[in-house]
Design a protein around this ligand. Sequence first.
Ligand SMILES: [Fe+2]
Length: 198
Amino acid sequence: MFEKIKLPYPFSGLEPYIDTKTMMVHYERHYGAYVDNLNKYIAENPALAGLSLEDLLRNYPDDEQIRHNAGGVFNHEFFFTGMRPGARSQIIIGLSGKLLQSINRDFGSLEEMKNQFSAAANGVFGSGYAWLVAYPNKKLAIITTENQDTPIQMGLKPLLCIDVWEHAYYLKHLNLRADYVRDFWYLVDWVRVAERLG
Ligand SMILES: [Fe+2]
């Protein structure tokens, strides 16, 4: 049985960049539905019980229920925990050291990485995610995934993602995805991104 993670901030914590109602609906209904559907599917398929999200995604890449629901749980947890209130004040701490060196090595500058990530997020056609990932050889790259596919299935280490399904921004930003992507940068928890890089 998977339980919903506890968010590390209240639903209002990401105001004014992501509004309270969006966070509440996103967490309770969208993310919650993926958790419920995954648990239902596992209950019907006992061989899947006890596996982690990553193992489910790695071991059953052709199982549509796993792709949709384990992917939906993984992606939402990764997205929610990559943000924090007041993130702007910790940029320098999170971005010192190995993370910033890797970004500079592979993108030229932080600004260029952010530009490429934003362009990728704005360019996702339909529903999906944009990601900063690390390849097994440690090289960082920007990728996008469709629907609830994850970098795990591609053998990549995810570092940061943005959910660009319309439910992630429509209540506040309407159809202006680029405004939502711009606002996302005020929330990125760079300390968490650095931890994920390891
Ligand atoms: Fe979502």
